[in-house]
Ligand binder design. Structure first.
Ligand code: UDP
Ligand code: MG
Length: 220
């Protein structure tokens, strides 16, 4: 998912390509979804796709939010496994090999757990603490604190995920809901490479409310 990440995408493409060049016999494709950016993100995606046929671009008609951008990416992806990652390098591509190793050992969902978030301020960290603890208390599913969208999911899981009709959705909670064999990779979120986080406080509160009401009967 990329929203106003024009400066980060070339770097992301380079790092992902390097990971696969160094270590693997695997083919890969890089699916980049422009989520209604107001900067040159779509131009950059098109340029990257021209340079490298392994880059696929999707251009949204407006800003739909990260959750739907990830969804579109998963629908377009064709791999035996998909790794979901932010466009701003806060989900460092150097960890991809660890995800793949756990997948090779049989995990069908490999979840990136953030150890610390260097870039988040006190407010954001306090808010995610409150959110996580509320979710642990009220969620109908097993909630893992600091679990992120940075995750690998096996093709079987992608195919099940694609059946969800929800338009208002929290991708990672839906993936958790599906079950399957899980494993974890621990990583540190670096600062955003370029630009600013674009989710407003209101948008984050709205996301939290979505996950309270969609994954628990408690509010009802
Ligand atoms: N993003 C998106 N649509 C949005 C907002 C963000 O696709 O409306 C993407 C963004 O480009 C990035 C990821 O979602 O790849 C995480 O967003 P951001 O870095 O703004 O937030 P953070 O979670 O790091 O605070
Ligand atoms: Mg970010």
């Amino acid at each position: 998912p990329a929203h106003n990440d024009e400066k980060n995408l070339p770097l992301l493409a380079r790092e992902v390509t390097a990971v696969f060049q160094e270590r693997y016999g695997y083919d890969f494709e890089l699916v980049l979804v422009n989520d209604g950016s107001t900067d040159g993100t779509w131009n950059v995606i098109q340029a990257l796709a021209r340079q490298d046929a392994r880059v696929k671009g999707i251009d949204f008609s407006r800003n739909f939010g990260k959750e739907l951008a990830i969804t579109a990416g998963l629908h377009a992806a064709s791999g035996d496994a998909c790794v979901i990652m932010d466009a701003d390098l806060q989900h460092p591509p150097k960890h991809i090999p660890e995800f793949i190793e756990k997948w090779e050992r049989g995990a069908e969902v490999v979840i990136g757990v953030r150890q610390s978030n260097k870039s988040a301020g006190l407010f954001k960290r306090a808010a995610s603490w409150v959110y996580a603890h509320l979710m642990i208390i009220i969620s109908d599913e097993q909630f893992v604190p600091r679990a992120t969208d940075f995750r690998l999911i096996d093709r079987t899981v992608v195919n099940e995920f694609k059946k969800f009709p929800e338009r208002v959705r929290i991708t990672r909670n839906l993936i958790d809901w599906l079950g399957f064999k899980r494993d974890f990779v621990y990583f540190t979120a670096d600062r955003r490479a370029e630009g600013y986080a674009t989710y407003s406080v209101i948008a984050l509160i709205r996301l939290a409310l979505t996950s309270f009401t969609h994954h628990s009967l408690f509010p009802l």
